[in-house]
Design a protein around this ligand. Structure first.
Ligand SMILES: Cc1cc2nc3c(=O)[nH]c(=O)nc-3n(C[C@H](O)[C@H](O)[C@H](O)COP(=O)(O)OP(=O)(O)OC[C@H]3O[C@@H](n4cnc5c(N)ncnc54)[C@H](O)[C@@H]3O)c2cc1C
Length: 365
């Protein structure tokens, strides 16, 4: 027995869920397959969920701006967007990058998304060696909640199968794909690998790495009215409560697959204590724990997005490199348009504006 769908999306993290829901909104038939339950196993399970605009890489800043626009449209406006809480964020860069912050304000600041230069903010005093940018409309998102809401759409309008690990894709001579689901067979014209750090299992030739993002929960004497990022030290703190923050660690193991990454240990606790201590600028700091987290990383830190196999409809959306929550709606829009075009007239065209995201740069030449 076989089931026919135009698109099979493998992986129900925030990226796969966003792509599947956007494709369904365009009227395509879609099945979403997840090895665990929705957003339970991958990067989306432990994400910090910060959504802010500024990025030192101009293409990634454009991608976030695109994502912010798409968030106002279906299916994101009443799924993803509802899982956001406006927190604001303070971003600190090296003073040498002051002009880059000014340029970002010039290009992107609007009534809908204001950006402001500040000098010292809230409980934090100004630092002569830092330039500061305040994004009052930045948000902290409930990543699992957003993924779950998007997956409800997939359940309603398409098909979601959890606890279903895809081991193998059997490509046919005509370019279509067969995926065995127990006793049944799934036939589809396009397969989207949104399988995060496990994409390596299904496409080992893609240049992709699993990288640890250990997440520390830290109690501080200092109060945290909003998230703070210091780009110079590569540290950040997102408040969980008035005197409790979550923060990343600097020690980040790398491996081919998430299972091969070392677990956090005492070194991570010490690293988190020092980082949050520096950000807080004084007072006692106590690390409650450090939990393991990871994401898929591309070589250049930009997402890998697009068709990678010319005769087949194999599409990749991975390598979100530690910032995929905020990119998910924008990525889903770009992916859905490309896949729709491919199914309509067989064209795998890449919008030149987004050529820097093309997944073929991760494939052997
Ligand atoms: C600690 C931490 C903090 C972060 N903070 C932020 C932040 O503040 N802001 C931000 O924008 N981003 C942040 N990120 C990054 C963001 O969470 C990730 O980029 C994003 O969640 C990646 O989503 P994904 O769907 O690509 O991958 P994943 O969430 O890993 O989803 C991939 C899914 O595919 C499934 N899968 C894999 N292989 C198969 C298979 N063969 N068959 C079936 N299913 C399969 C997995 O089970 C998994 O559910 C953070 C990440 C971490 C870990």
């Amino acid at each position: 027995m076989s089931m026919d769908y135009q698109v099979a999306v493998i992986g129900a993290g925030i990226v796969g869920a966003s792509i599947a829901a956007r494709l369904l909104h365009l009227g395509l038939s879609v099945v979403l397959l997840e090895q665990g339950s929705v957003a339970s196993r991958g990067a989306s399970a432990s994400s910090g969920g910060l959504l802010r605009l500024y990025d030192a890489d101009p293409l990634l800043m454009q991608l976030t701006a695109h994502s912010l626009r798409v968030m106002g449209e279906a299916p994101f406006s009443d799924t993803y967007t509802r899982a956001l809480r406006r927190s604001g964020v303070l971003y600190r860069a090296d003073i040498a990058h002051e002009s880059a912050l000014e340029a970002a304000i010039e290009r992107y600041a609007s009534a809908e998304y204001p950006l402001r230069r500040v000098q010292g903010f809230g409980p934090w005093s100004a630092r002569a060696d830092r330039a500061e940018l305040y994004e009052p409309h930045a948000c902290v998102g409930d990543v699992r909640g957003a993924t779950a809401r998007l997956c409800q759409r997939v359940r309603r309008d398409g098909l979601l199968i959890e606890h279903c690990r895809v081991e193998f894709i059997d490509w046919q001579a005509d370019g279509s794909a067969h995926i065995q689901l127990g006793e049944a067979r799934l036939d589809c014209q396009t397969v989207v690998l949104a399988s995060g750090a496990w994409t390596h299992r299904l496409l080992p030739e893609l240049a992709l790495q699993s990288r640890a993002i250990p997440l520390a929960r830290v109690q501080t004497e200092a109060a945290w009215p909003l998230p703070l990022i210091d780009a110079v030290s590569g540290s950040y703190a997102i408040p969980l409560g008035p005197h409790l923050v979550q923060s990343g660690c600097g020690l980040r193991d790398r491996a081919l697959l998430p299972e091969q990454l070392a677990r956090p240990d005492a070194r991570h606790i010490e690293d988190a204590r020092q980082r949050v201590g520096q950000l807080a600028g004084g007072g006692r700091v106590r690390v409650l724990d450090v939990v393991p987290g990871f994401d898929s990383y591309s070589a250049d830190g930009r997402p890998l997005l697009g068709f990678v196999d010319e005769p087949r409809g194999l599409y990749v959306a991975c390598g979100l490199s530690g910032v995929g929550f905020k990119f998910a709606p924008g990525i889903a829009d770009l992916a859905a348009r490309q896949i729709q075009g491919y199914l309509h007239d067989g064209q795998r065209s890449v919008d030149p504006h987004w050529a820097g995201l093309d997944a073929r740069r991760g494939m052997p030449s």
